[in-house]
Design a protein around this ligand. Sequence first.
Ligand code: SF4
Length: 362
Amino acid sequence: MMNKKVKDPNTDMLNDYGSILQNWALAHPRPMPWKGISDPYRIWLSEIILQQTRVEQGLPYYERFVAAYPTISDLAAAPLDDIYKLWEGLGYYSRARNMYAAAQSVLHEHHGVFPNQYKDIKALKGVGDYTAAAIASFAYNLPYAVLDGNVYRVLSRWFGLDTPIDSTKGKQVFSQLADELLDTAQPALHNQAMMDFGATWCTPKQPHCADCPFQSRCKAFQDDTMQNLPVKSKKMVKKERFFLYLVLKKDGQTFLKKRTAKDIWQNLWEFPCIEPDTLPTDLDTANEIIFDHFPNRKPLKTTQISKVFQQTLTHRWVSAVFVTADLGEIDEWVEGCSPAAWDGDLEGFAVPRIIEWYWKTP
Ligand code: SF4
């Protein structure tokens, strides 16, 4: 993806976009703690946190991580469970897992020094083309153009491109255009301006077209097609999943189990869980479902069923009810579980948000 010097007749026109963009950035500063620094560890940390997370939500997490682990060696030396705990609430826990694996690679394969070549950065777990270009340009001023959702949107509108951005052809076309537009003398400034412009100005639903410096050059504005661009070929289908959680109580304790399967929330803790086809809304139906799943176990003395809690993830909705039961002496229900203080705050257990919501509901 190394940028090549552009020699076609459109060069001046493309340079024009770059200079307008940088003037726009100067007039619209957007300070963030990870901007204007060259520490690759902190830049990488911010980029991983901000994948699929809004800046406002990610900012306190970034600060907590930097405070707890000031260097990548500190992060690599921490127990993975502590990292999950600090990540709690951000979702997409595979990011935390990959981040940890990448920190281990830096420690063991790069002697604790963050790599400074694009290919080595991209080889780190959880780092794709976009993140590698961001780190390479921001930390080392290397000439790699970033191409994320914001940049796709801006480019598709500027040039009126309706090639689907999730197609192979679209990736090629947009990647080449992003490379041609890159200001190779100041890649960090250019990339940051591009990302900020997409995130705050040329936004998906209400772009600031009325006072946009690109009006006269923006094909989408001229054709009034801003709302149709960019184009995607695939529509995402969301699946719904139903979880029936067993909140087992005994002597002021309840029991949590780690999700170990390669599935959502891998390595997080939750109550023992059944995944029925539909969710029960009354205790009798819940008891039948529990019996159907565990016909050979001694019946539980269930006492209460919660309202339905829902959490929306990118590819699915999760709906859950929580059925409380007095465990008594029937310990077979808590095999593989760890006890947690019922009145505690789940200290030490990284849990999915839906569990936290239930736990904190009076
Ligand atoms: S004119 Fe509108 S659509 Fe075009 S770049 Fe500006 S904000 Fe985006």
